[in-house]
Design a protein around this ligand. Structure first.
Ligand code: ADP
Ligand code: MG
Length: 488
């Protein structure tokens, strides 16, 4: 197994992922749970901690947490407890966050991840999920020149925190897990997974140890990594930093660090607090949360389709190879794009998959875009495939049409019409082109007829050129053959 090693060291990584739940209201009050509002609009006495205001638990948030737990193979605890996590912060008006501590809603889950530690070495492994707990988000401070402002819109937003076991042995594994987890949360519709908006946030705990050592090294926690790329780069930097410290005789201190993406370094933010610093105690204003088996069964019964189930369905229903099905379903938006395209493709799901996996993904990668930013709608790709299927355009012309679709977002049929790209399937027209080519190269005709059969390709090429690539390739083959043999 090509586990990355670093000059006699190996690395150990565990992730804490915070996912904002897509409920309509906040975790403990009726304030709207909505992103992007003007400051301090989505607030009420509970999220602003007015004296005497009491929390009331949002049932939908618990339902979403149960969904996430089931989708990540966790065991649900019938009784879980909300606790107060005490700390002072200007954007935390209560002076504590309501979270779950020693009795979280779910524990002991796992996910199967696929990754490449080195290019071309695709492998998979099962990684552990320690726990999922429900908690509320804090507000946000905005630092201005010389003063700060507090916006409490985010205060009380429902979150689940998903804590992994320290099971990752390199940055690629950690990123693969985060991608998979994000996809699952999006599929089950509990979290939008928008990392730029802070909707899904990731902290990476990183330590190193000498190969053969079984004790874990001291970890540093890298806070709020808001993209897959930053996660990988921050972890990579941190591994080298820690090894350098150890190799030069120093010791790693347990601390919280921030990643500076502009400089590609991690910097110490504060020494790491321990659980006892938070003075956790059970929240007296909320009863224990009881999740009975019938609630779990109800959530299970209404669970949206998971990526693995969708991939299996794509194999069954569309005859896709397993690899294609996995790539396409690894992202909910991509899978949705595919299904919409297939619906328009005149029954050619495999051809749609080929175009999506090669041309579309390649162009997205080259322009550093996501499928959501594709310049044309999914239906256009389906229409393009239908035009190929009906013989209206050749696969070769389709590439030209595709380029134009990418550039202008225009309907493929319109492009074909405007650019005069319709395939020539009229045998007489093709024969005329063949005759012309033969007339222009009498020597090649003679040599071909004398047995130099590999000249066949030359004639086909010339005829395609003559017809500006628009001739139906199968017909060209037949007619060239017949004419050269003198059958026509
Ligand atoms: P805290 O909130 O104090 O960071 P958590 O239990 O919520 O504690 O999360 C700890 C995370 O750090 C887990 O993902 C765990 O797998 C990971 N972890 C613990 N010890 C190490 C270590 N020595 N090296 C790397 N990761 C670690
Ligand atoms: Mg932590």
């Amino acid at each position: 197994m090509p586990q990355p090693t670093y000059n006699g060291f190996e690395t150990v990584i565990g992730l804490e992922v915070h996912a904002q739940l897509a409920t309509r209201s906040k975790l403990f009050s009726a304030s709207p749970n909505q992103f992007g509002m003007a400051p301090n609009r989505n607030i009420n006495p509970v999220c602003t901690a007015q004296p005497g205001a009491l929390p009331v638990l949002n049932r939908q948030a618990v339902t979403y947490a149960i969904r996430a737990a089931l989708a990540t193979n966790c065991r649900l605890n019938e009784v879980s407890i909300f606790s107060r996590k005490n700390y002072f912060y200007p954007d935390l008006p209560k002076g504590y966050q309501i979270s779950q501590f020693d009795k979280p809603i779910a524990e002991h889950g796992w996910l199967e991840i696929e990754f490449e530690n080195e290019p071309g070495t695709r492998e998979s492994k099962r990684v552990g999920i320690t726990r999922i707990h429900i908690e509320e988000d804090a507000g946000k401070s905005q630092h201005m020149a010389g003063y700060s402002l507090v916006d409490l819109n985010r205060a009380g937003t429902p979150l689940i925190e998903i804590v992994s076991e320290p099971d990752f042995r390199g940055p690629a594994e950690a990123a693969a897990y985060l991608k998979k987890l994000r996809a699952i949360l999006q599929y089950i519709e509990v979290c939008d997974g928008n990392m730029q908006e802070g909707n899904l946030r990731c902290d990476a705990n990183v330590s190193v140890r000498r190969i053969g050592e079984t004790k874990l090294g001291t970890r540093a926690e890298l806070k709020n990594l808001n993209s897959f790329r930053f996660l990988e780069k921050a972890v990579e930097y941190e591994i080298h930093r820690q090894i350098n410290v150890i190799n030069s005789g120093g010791r790693i201190v347990q601390e919280t660090r921030l990643y500076d993406s502009a400089r590609n370094v991690t910097q110490s933010m504060r020494s790491k607090e321990e659980a006892h610093d938070y003075r956790y105690f059970p929240e007296p204003d909320l009863p224990p949360l009881v999740v009975k088996p019938d609630w779990i069964a109800e959530v299970q019964a209404t669970m949206p389709e998971l990526p693995s189930a969708k991939a299996e369905r794509f194999v069954q229903e569309f005859g896709l190879p397993e690899y294609d099905a996995k790539v396409i379903t690894s992202d909910k938006a991509l899978a949705h794009f595919y299904e919409r395209a297939v619906a328009k493709s005149a029954g050619e799901p495999k051809l749609v998959s080929n175009w999506l996996m090669t041309e579309v993904l390649r162009m997205l990668k080259e322009s550093d875009k996501e499928i959501e930013d594709c310049p044309f709608p999914a239906e256009h790709l389906g229409n393009l495939v239908a035009l190929i299927k009906s013989g209206e355009i050749s696969s070769k012309i389709a590439k030209t049409v595709f380029e134009e679709m990418w550039a202008s977002g225009q309907e493929p049929a319109v492009i074909v019409k405007e650019k005069g790209l319709v395939q020539v399937s009229d045998p007489a027209a093709i024969e005329a082109a063949v005759r012309k080519v033969m007339q222009n190269s009498p020597k090649n005709v003679e040599e071909y007829r004398a047995g130099k059969e590999k000249l066949f390709g030359f004639f086909v090429g010339q005829v395609m050129k003559e017809t500006q690539g628009k001739a139906n390739p199968a017909l060209v083959n037949d007619i060239v053959k017949a004419c050269l043999k003198g059958e026509k």
